[in-house]
Design a protein around this ligand. Structure first.
Ligand code: PMP
Length: 291
């Protein structure tokens, strides 16, 4: 369960109990997947809750609303303050935060008339993705950037993610890897992908992916640890002989891949730069130094 009788959320300019918040069945968001959202983590640091990369997430929420022509007047700073209030009111420290901007009743295929912001949060107990994931290339492609604003985090895009993820599970794998319309590796249903070969990390270039905030954090960690990385277009076959690979995202953090299309990776995880990045990430979110 994501909430109980006492859980407080921010909804339509008020703090209300989650159980009392309702959305209109005629909402444009419900019918067309026309809403924008974020997935954010907070961590307990010195007994207090600290939101990791709050500004980056809320800038992206504003960007997403803008790209979708939704009326949305909050500033990232206001959104951060409201989120800390939600965490405080619920006594949450380690939490997953899910803000979503929903649109009012409207059956027309034109821009939203009014939006409602909800900020929901729940206590974080365990990882969202399994560790050491067996990944399979999906038969579903990522949405075409000529058809969608794929750098925006829009609810409707996630129908594609559900299809890909379920297909992978039905085939006995943990997670899917989706290609773009040109057959290059794009990303997972809810995470970005990196692979490591001969001491260098590779990840798909922007253009056909949601360029994640965690992906950007991995770049920062690489700079700090003097690890070389490169953004490029590559085919999945290039990953088959790789030394290691991982998925990364706010919820997933940095997750080791066990294999891709049943091809295992050649190095033991602990001997890879990828594992150093995983450790460095878990320090960074807790504001602990990592040497
Ligand atoms: N790609 C997709 C499709 C995602 O849903 C996510 C999760 N938001 C990511 C990548 C990773 O993004 P972030 O690191 O900002 O969470």
């Amino acid at each position: 369960m994501y909430y109980n009788n006492d859980t407080i959320i921010f909804f339509d300019n008020n703090f209300v109990k989650a159980k009392d918040a309702t959305i209109d069945l005629y909402s444009q968001s419900l019918h067309y997947g026309y809403s924008v959202f974020e997935g954010i983590r907070s961590y307990e640091i010195n007994g207090k809750s600290k939101i990791f990369k709050a500004l980056e997430h809320y800038k992206r929420l504003c960007y997403s609303a803008n790209k979708m022509h939704m009326p949305f007047d909050y500033t990232p700073e206001q959104l951060i303050d409201l989120t800390y209030e939600v965490l405080l009111k619920n006594n949450f420290t380690n939490a997953y935060i899910r803000p979503i901007a929903l649109c009012s009743p409207n059956m027309s295929l034109s821009k939203g008339i009014k939006s409602y912001l909800a900020i929901e949060a729940w206590e974080w107990t365990n990882g969202y993705l399994a560790n050491k994931m067996k990944v399979v290339t999906s038969s579903y492609e990522r949405p075409n950037p000529k058809g969608f604003h794929i750098e925006a985090k829009v609810s409707g895009h996630y129908v594609n993610s559900i299809l890909a993820c379920q297909e992978a599970k039905d085939k006995g794998f943990d997670e899917a890897l989706l290609l773009d319309a040109n057959g290059f590796v794009a990303e997972g249903p809810g995470a970005n992908v990196f692979y490591e070969k001969d001491g260098v990390l590779y990840t798909p270039s922007r253009g056909n992916i949601l360029p994640g905030i965690t992906r950007q954090t991995v770049f920062e960690i690489c700079d700090e640890l003097n690890i070389t990385y490169q953004e490029k277009n590559f085919k999945v076959e290039e990953m088959y002989g790789a030394d290691a690979a991982f998925y990364c995202g706010t919820a997933a953090e940095v997750v080791e891949l066990d294999s891709i299309d049943n091809h295992p990776f050649s190095l033991s995880w602990n001997d890879t730069y990828s594992s150093k990045i995983q450790q460095a990430y878990s320090h960074k979110v807790l504001e602990k130094p990592f040497i």
